[in-house]
Design a binder for this molecule. Structure first.
Ligand code: UD1
Length: 339
């Protein structure tokens, strides 16, 4: 079965391609290489022995999307990762985010509606919840006004799919709301490749440990949490990738209860910034240089998933630990710097 993975050279996309190929799916990747590199194809091949088909394509160019779907009209499913994801950048450049994350989704859904099989997995995010009143957060939690244009693109993205499913009875879709995916493949053949100064915690930690960054800034220790630092649900990227294969199979086997379903992808456990640092120091044996700084604008205090629905309905559970994730992120960082 042929599966299209948009953004398949990115962090979560590439790990999902590995899991798909290991489960026997034929994968076609589209990526515009804006935040990724062709070397990722070699990493995927090194793990799976299969080089996936690849087409460099910018999904913002509608006619190119049309041409692609005319050529690949035998797809059994689409996993749509291609999107921008930096919260701060989205606040500065909202239109770029709306154009990039919304128009591309619309073009893909338009072309998908011409195919026989219309199975669609969407990359959503826990950011759709904002700061929830009750933790852990269930999928039924009310969606609040988004904290950033990036978050808004995920909310709108889900609405676009929901509205489309109402009128297009052939379309079946699952939105996966990721909490904080971190780590790398245990082989260290693929991992996260931030461009420039990392915005996210884990690559900042691993780069600091190697001396690429002088020290980590911990953004605030006066939050109402156990140690005062923000709490997140950090989930190993390989667990996230596996959930995509499970979700896709649910659609392919017509096992879905509704034409549009939503699942949280988290571990169910909240970890503070200091917990993450401690885990890193434990698995790496290195002391991390860090300093407590002011709060970062837009950060919510605490967020972690209720995973019962994903566990019971989807039949998926996160299996790897924070230590596993930190060890794999560290192995990956060392590997890419030794190249
Ligand atoms: C956010 C979004 C998530 C999005 C991700 C991608 C929310 C709740 N989450 O994750 O949906 O996919 O961005 O960019 O909106 N931190 C430091 N120092 C640093 C970097 C981070 O202390 O140098 C802290 C942050 O304050 C935060 C935690 O580490 O408490 C995690 O931050 P980060 O990795 O950037 O992810 P989120 O902001 O949680």
């Amino acid at each position: 079965m042929k599966i299209l993975v948009t953004g398949g050279l990115g962090f979560i996309g590439s790990h999902t391609v590995v899991e798909l190929q290991q489960e026997g799916f034929e994968v076609v990747i589209i990526d515009n290489l804006s935040h990724s590199s062709l070397d990722v194809l070699d990493g995927i091949k090194a793990i799976t022995d299969i080089k996936p088909q690849f087409q460099k394509l910018d999904l913002k160019i509608k006619k190119d999307v049309k041409t692609f779907f005319k050529k690949y009209n035998d797809l059994a499913g689409v996993i749509h990762f291609a999107a921008k994801k930096a919260v701060g950048e989205s606040i500065k450049e909202p239109l770029m985010y709306y154009e990039n994350n919304i128009s591309t989704l619309v073009y893909v859904l338009q072309e998908l509606s011409e195919l026989n099989q219309q199975n669609f997995i969407f990359s959503s995010s826990c950011t759709v919840y904002g700061q929830a009143d009750i933790l852990p957060i269930t999928e039924n939690e009310a969606i609040k006004v988004a904290e950033s244009p990036y978050g808004n693109t995920k909310q709108i993205g889900e609405e676009i799919i929901r509205d489309t499913c109402k009128v297009n009875k052939k379309l079946n879709s699952i939105a996966l709301r990721y909490f904080n995916p971190i780590g790398a493949h245990p082989t260290a053949q693929i991992g996260e490749l931030p461009i420039g100064v990392p915005q996210n915690l884990v690559p900042y930690i691993t780069q600091t440990a190697l001396g690429i960054r002088e020290q980590l800034s911990v953004f605030g220790n006066d939050y109402k949490t156990l140690d005062g630092t923000c709490v997140r649900d950090y989930i190993h990227v390989v667990d996230v990738a596996k959930a995509h294969v499970v979700a896709l199979k649910r659609l392919l086997d017509n096992k879905n209860d509704y034409d549009f379903e939503v699942f949280n992808l988290g571990t169910g456990k909240g970890s503070s910034v200091l917990d993450v640092i401690e885990s890193f120091e434990k698995v790496s044996g290195k002391k991390l240089k860090y300093q407590i700084m002011d709060r970062r604008e837009g950060d919510v205090t605490s967020i972690y998933a209720e995973t019962t629905k994903a566990n019971d309905v989807l039949g998926w559970k996160a299996e790897l630990t924070l230590d596993d994730a930190m060890a794999s992120a560290w192995k990956w960082e060392q590997k890419i710097r030794n190249k």
